[in-house]
Write a new protein. Structure first.
Ligand code: SF4
Lengths: 334, 359
């Protein structure tokens, strides 16, 4: 049992707009941290710039509200310098994927033991409503009054493309779903990415409409659990099956499909092909995947470096300065 | 189309003036308090009328490098941002200066250091005139004090940038960017044709005719002797700009016994302070540098023979005051008055500071 409650992680009065998805996420993060049970003074929350990046101000942990786009790099420095800290990096889609896109991929590739949170509302909220790199093509905003002409990033693709080992997704308004993936991210050793579908009520209201409410999620989402068949629908009447190179939604009981034919989720599978397909599913033909999509063990950067140091040390022929001076050829000058 | 009188924000004036002066491309990224530049441009859709391109980049770094690329083709390209974003651009700016490319950068300053505040400030004076990026280079720096000047300096900035093959910067602040005033927009000037660019910019990447070598645009030179020559050439160019392009405004200076020195929004407030002080019988004038580089050193030095003392009023901890002191070279007392953190002084405060510090 953890000795903490969510209150131990709370600080101050959030200054987000009333109804902003960030309020929901903050509450879930505080609850998750209480359940995880790591002390506030052993925890650091690091953000860049943006609405969601105000989050460290409302946490009773250590916090850094840093540079636009650089949160992942700063969190990396923090974790490497003090591996004993549990480090959470919180960014929005602008901070994390526009200017911070480079750091996002390299942090995943390098596999630093960080919990990376991506609050995705598909808009720049703080600068009052310009399109972001996750805004869909054709999206109308202050900086694209006639619709964008760019394709958006899909965060899972970036994470997987950068050889990320953990990717999970939750809707900010879904507290149990959010808490579950946050705990899983903490349990995962190495870089973990949690995409939080967050609503910006002011500048992009309804962007995740289809999964915003419990009823919506029952209809339009699938909760993935490792080792369980991928079944969804209001009456659990649908399942995912593989067809050719892709996934397909099948109705259980129709065309001879039984529960046994439904694919079983394997979050631990090293090969990310099917996991990526799951992560990219979207309506109306597919449900949106929630929960832990990929969770594969791999050596972390810190572990690998320690291992390397140990190895080099064990093979060394000198152990102090005198011995170092005497390595290789030595001459006596007469 | 001819001149047009409109009521608008300083940031909007930048956008409209850019379209009207025949700008070919704008590359930006939202940041308070200058997001209206990008927003106005996308709203007006100049790509449908003049053919000017507008792009929201993924970061300020990307935006300045897009400017670098565009400038390399001899086109009129620009970017705008606010202090933290302009810090990010410094690498690209140094390369533009090193490669001698004309371009226009707009900084609508906010308070720093770091993330600071979104409130107005003039704390990027040093960054603008003393380098900012690495190496011995200079930017032609224009400091507007009105929405009208925001509009006028876009065309002027481009003209100077192309005349000297050097990046120019408009150094405004949150006050000038956000305030609304009447502005006379310049008449439309068509974008230059490809033929005109080939003729005017023989250095640009415009496709190679048989009779000359390829243009390689670079700031790199590994042979120290050649590199020194290149640097000396830059310095020669800077001396020429210093000789030809100093701009400033004198306000009630003729009989002044005391002199205020201020730029941008501070100059506007000082102008009011001058009026109020004169009503009290204090003979004070205002010298407003319009080009922060090249700096109006000579005229300040001359005023040092006339006035008893000077007060440099700026929204920072004391930056331009260093250049005023260098210009005056000890002839009279030069003091500084500033407010920090996004707080703007009132004319009364300035008069009080004047009485306390230089009278
Ligand atoms: S602007 Fe949008 S994202 Fe920012 S606080 Fe308000 S609702 Fe939240």
């Amino acid at each position: 049992m953890s000795e903490y409650t969510a209150k131990d992680f709370k600080k101050g009065q959030p200054r987000w707009c009333p109804g902003c998805g960030d309020h929901f996420f903050l509450a879930s993060l505080q609850k998750a941290m209480a359940e995880i049970g790591i002390a506030p003074y052993d925890t650091a929350v690091i953000s860049g710039i943006g609405c969601s990046s105000r989050l460290p101000h409302y946490m009773a942990t250590y916090g850094m509200n840093t540079i636009h786009g650089r949160a992942a790099a700063i969190a990396t420095g923090c974790k490497i310098a003090n591996p004993n800290l549990t480090v959470w990096q919180v960014s929005g889609d602008g901070d994390g994927l526009a200017i911070g896109g480079n750091h996002f991929i390299h942090t995943n590739r390098r596999n630093i033991d960080l919990n990376m949170i991506l609050l995705n509302n598909r808009i720049y909220g703080l600068t009052k409503g310009q399109y972001s790199p996750t805004s869909p093509r054709g999206f109308v905003s202050k900086s694209s009054p006639y619709g964008t002409v760019e394709d958006p990033f899909r965060p899972a693709e970036l994470c997987f493309g950068a050889r990320g080992h953990f990717f999970a997704r939750a809707v900010a308004t879904d507290a149990p779903g959010t808490i579950e993936i946050l705990k899983a991210a903490q349990a995962h050793k190495g870089a973990s990415v949690c995409e939080i579908l967050q609503n910006c009520i002011i500048f992009n209201n309804g962007t995740h409409e289809s999964v915003h409410t419990p009823e919506g999620r029952a209809k339009n989402a699938i909760y993935l659990e490792h080792g369980k068949p991928m079944i969804f629908g209001e009456n659990k009447e649908f399942g995912l099956v593989q067809e050719g190179f892709g996934l397909k939604v099948a109705k259980i009981g129709e065309n001879g499909i039984t529960e046994k034919d439904i694919l079983v989720h394997d979050a631990h599978c090293e090969d990310n092909t099917l996991q990526l397909k799951l992560a990219l599913m979207e309506g109306p033909d597919f449900p949106i995947a929630l929960g832990v999509i990929r969770d594969v063990e791999a050596p972390t950067y810190n572990d690998a470096i320690e291992e390397q140091i140990k190895d080099v040390k064990s093979k060394k022929t000198y152990h102090n300065f005198q011995e170092l001076l005497m390595t290789n050829d030595t001459w006596e000058v007469k | 189309m001819s001149e047009e009188i409109k009521l608008m924000k300083g940031n909007e004036a930048i956008a409209h003036a850019a379209i009207r002066c025949g700008c070919d491309g704008y590359f930006g990224y939202p940041i308070t308090p200058q997001s209206e530049v990008l927003e106005t441009l996308t709203e007006v859709e100049p790509w449908k009328t003049t053919g000017m391109n507008v792009l929201q980049a993924e970061s300020e770094v990307a935006a300045i490098n897009m400017v670098y690329g565009g400038a390399g083709t001899g086109k009129k390209v620009m970017t705008s941002s606010s202090s933290p974003g302009v810090s990010l651009k410094q690498e690209g700016i140094s390369y533009l200066a090193g490669a001698e490319l004309p371009a226009l950068i707009v900084n609508v300053m906010r308070g720093g250091p770091g993330l600071g505040t979104i409130q107005p400030s003039q704390a990027d004076y040093f960054q603008t005139v003393k380098g900012g990026g690495h190496g011995d280079y200079k930017l032609i720096a224009l400091a507007p004090a009105s929405v009208q000047e925001m509009a006028d300096f876009v065309g002027l900035g481009f003209d100077l940038a192309f005349k000297y093959r050097n990046p120019a910067i408009i150094l405004a602040d949150g006050v000038i960017g956000q305030m609304m005033e009447k502005v006379v927009l310049p008449p439309f000037k068509p974008r230059r044709t490809d033929e005109e660019i080939v003729k005017e910019c023989p250095w640009a990447a415009v496709g190679k005719p048989k009779n000359r070598k390829c243009n390689i645009i670079t700031s790199l030179e590994l042979d120290p002797a050649v590199m020194e020559k290149k640097n000396l050439h830059l310095q020669e160019k800077y001396r020429e700009i210093e000789a030809n392009e100093v701009r400033y405004e004198e306000i009630q200076c003729k009989d002044a016994e005391y002199l205020l020195v201020a730029f941008g929004s501070s100059a506007r407030i000082c102008q009011k302070a001058v009026e109020m002080a004169r009503a009290e019988g204090i003979k004070v004038g205002l010298l407003r540098p319009i080009t922060l580089w090249p700096f109006p050193s000579k005229v300040l030095n001359q005023f040092a023979n006339q006035v008893k003392s000077m007060l440099c009023v700026e929204l920072n901890a004391g930056q331009m005051v260093e250049d005023v002191r260098l210009a005056v070279n000890g002839k009279v007392k030069v003091e500084h008055f500033g407010r920090l953190g996004g707080i703007v002084y009132t004319p009364d405060e300035i008069i009080e500071a004047m009485k306390a510090k230089i009278m």
